[in-house]
Write a protein that binds this ligand. Structure first.
Ligand code: C2E
Ligand code: CA
Ligand code: CA
Ligand code: CA
Length: 279
């Protein structure tokens, strides 16, 4: 039994070093991908419920690997966070969204709000406000058209730091959204004290609408609470007309989801906008 235990330990050890090696390899490939320009932003439309028009987009990162093809964020954001690569990656994302947004403005496309994801790690460990200010200044994109999406987790840790960063961002004139709202632990009192503009209802509360009475109660409450605090409310992951109808009935302001479109490469998103402008 002893020998067997030892064998198991060796196997475990091997597996660990294997995992660690793979993580290191991925991290170094990711660094190269950033410097070689292999990251892409995809844009998912954000739709105004009342008019049905596209009024913005969420920018979502992808890794276009020459060998592997398109790699989704689920495969590399966690490694980027633990390794610190999220710093340069996050700065690239903000700058690229601003650059693209300014290019669309110059091309005379309708005004859009572009939302960008900020990871909790980036929020605490890098100079997010400084990098955002630099990206805006370099590209000329209007601060009021940029929205940063922050999760409740980022706000729950080290609340004072979080507040200071949010206030600096707000002073720049950018908009702030709470992402995946309802899945974390932000208290109503905390929400009231933060300079937030938008609540994004997590897809988990949307997917079983309208059948789930619980989810219906929760999303109704989030919309009412958001509005009473003067916030815009956006529903994520809307896939069906029935979901859209029930959210619209409850006064939800905006939605995102496959019902309108999946996230699109910049050119395809631009084509969609042009088609809308002519309709
Ligand atoms: P998220 O911020 O909650 O983004 C929404 C995710 O839901 C996206 O997945 C989007 O493609 C997907 N989605 C949108 N509509 C629907 C729908 O109707 N049905 C379903 N089933 N899914 C829908 P994606 O692009 O794979 O991104 C996954 C996560 O990766 C994001 O979740 C976000 O947490 C993270 N992420 C993406 N881009 C970035 C980035 O630039 N920086 C950071 N820090 N995180 C990012
Ligand atoms: Ca998001
Ligand atoms: Ca989300
Ligand atoms: Ca999510």
């Amino acid at each position: 039994a002893k020998a067997q235990g030892r064998g198991a330990w060796c196997f475990f050890h091997e597996a660990m070093t294997q995992a660690a090696r793979e993580r290191l390899a991925l991290e170094s490939r990711l660094r190269t991908a950033i410097t070689q320009g292999h990251l892409r932003l995809y844009y998912q439309p954000q739709v105004d419920m009342a008019s049905g028009r596209i009024v913005g987009a969420e920018a979502l990162v992808r890794w276009q690997d020459p060998q592997e093809g398109l790699i989704p964020p689920a495969r590399f954001i966690a490694v980027a966070e633990t390794s610190g690569v999220i710093g340069p990656l996050g700065e690239w994302v903000v700058r690229e969204a601003c650059r693209q947004g300014q290019q669309w403005r110059a091309a005379g496309l309708p005004d859009l709000t572009l939302a960008v994801n900020v990871s909790p790690r980036q929020f605490h460990l890098t100079d997010l406000a400084g990098a955002t200010a630099a990206a805006l200044a370099e590209t000329g994109f209007p601060p009021s058209r940029l929205e940063l999406e922050i999760t409740e987790t980022a706000l729950a840790e080290r609340t004072e730091d979080a507040r200071t960063t949010l206030l600096r961002l707000r002073a720049l004139g950018v908009r702030l959204a709470i992402d995946d709202f309802g899945t974390g632990y932000s208290s109503l009192g905390q929400l009231k004290q933060l300079p937030i503009d938008v609540l994004k209802i997590d897809r988990g509360f949307i997917q079983d609408l309208p059948a789930s009475a619980d989810d219906l109660a929760i999303s109704t409450a989030i919309i009412a609470m958001g509005h009473s605090l003067g916030l815009d409310v956006l529903a994520e992951g809307v896939e069906t007309e029935a979901q859209l109808a029930c959210l619209r009935e409850r006064g939800c302001d905006h939605y995102q989801g496959y019902l309108c479109s999946r996230p699109l490469p910049a050119e395809a998103f631009e084509a969609l906008l042009r088609a809308q402008a002519h309709s």
